[in-house]
Design a protein around this ligand. Sequence first.
Ligand code: SAM
Length: 401
Amino acid sequence: MSPSTWLTVIGIGEGGLPDMTPAARACLRQATLVIGGERHLALAAEDIAGVEHRTWTNLEDTVAAVLARRGQPTVVLASGDPMHYGFAATLSHKLAPGDMTVLPHLSAFCLAAARLCWPVQDIACLSAHGRPIEALAPHVHDGARLLILSADGRTPAAVAALLERLDFAPSTLTVLEHLGGPQEKTFVWSPGTPCADLNTLAVECRAAPGALGLSRVPGLPDGAFTHDGQLTKREARAVTLSLLAPRPGELLWDVGAGSGSIAIEWLRAVPHTRVVAFERDPTRLATVQANALTLGVPSLIAVGGEAPAVLADFAEDPPHAVFVGGGLSRLGETLLDAAWGYLRPGGRLVANAVTKDSQAALTAFHARRGGTMTRLQVSRLLPSGGWDDRSPLLHYLGSKP
Ligand SMILES: C[S@@+](CC[C@H](N)C(=O)[O-])C[C@H]1O[C@@H](n2cnc3c(N)ncnc32)[C@H](O)[C@@H]1O
């Protein structure tokens, strides 16, 4: 098959050219320019001897270099399956469907699952390349199996340290080096073991006795967050998240984020969601960032500043949902109207109110815009046997036409 697109991305494994399909090899030999990592070009040396080739620099520069060649025949050599956390996956967001042909090889996930006899559909396939290790945390549950593409030889130790912080030290870490090649080696990791830079890590998660083992269902215990009292409490948080109703691909603005609990639970509950959290108090802003890291959602964007003014800087990417968690008593309907204005059509506005002023603002806003109001009365049983009766909380939900 001769690709009809200007760009072809070919996957290559540690087994090199003998493991490639005849179609992929033919494409490589007919190329006018091949771009690849040093390792990929060395593995393909025999077929590209007479072809112009360029060594891959870093991801960003290589993407730019490839995009600059739009329309001219170009081949990129990448590891394994380039559509699974690979170069072609990154490029796919920047190209039209008719621009690129991908000729995949077996992915490291596929090879690792085969070596371990782990059914792929039961495993979380993750990457530690170019992203904080903390992002693995929401996948760590007792009995869970994870396959992680390591960034380099230090990744297994970094993952072990994360597991220890999460009270999952009894987990087993298996390192699979150079999968599919002559140097392939598999061993159980222990502290101090040197690991090759090219490795995939398999983790069988085991909780230590008493580990918290946080669920992804909203309504985590209040103690899961560092906070100074400015926290939407567990029961109200669970109701708030159910009203916000996150779906994959959606963006939330958490206005007056406090400790970040609403933003963090939005991100933990549904993969492929985004958050911008606005908080005017610098100390709390730092707490939002720290909580996001500890609870495994480092993608949270925390912004310092006073709403509604600070919101304008983000108007180009309108949110699917806005939660107003602070500022309502002081700013009332001004803040609600601003949030409503930035929402995309069909978006949801959720706001909670405890004080008399904020409840009045919500009631007036509801009268103008419609929506639903719910009053929640929560009481927790105290060790003394009495109930800690709290002030009722108003929840507003409005859907923008
Ligand atoms: C009740 S707390 C929010 C609690 C938060 N939902 C949580 O669970 O951690 C309200 C927060 O809004 C912040 N705030 C109030 N007015 C604001 C405004 N106009 N712009 C940005 N932040 C504001 C306050 O500093 C405070 O941290």
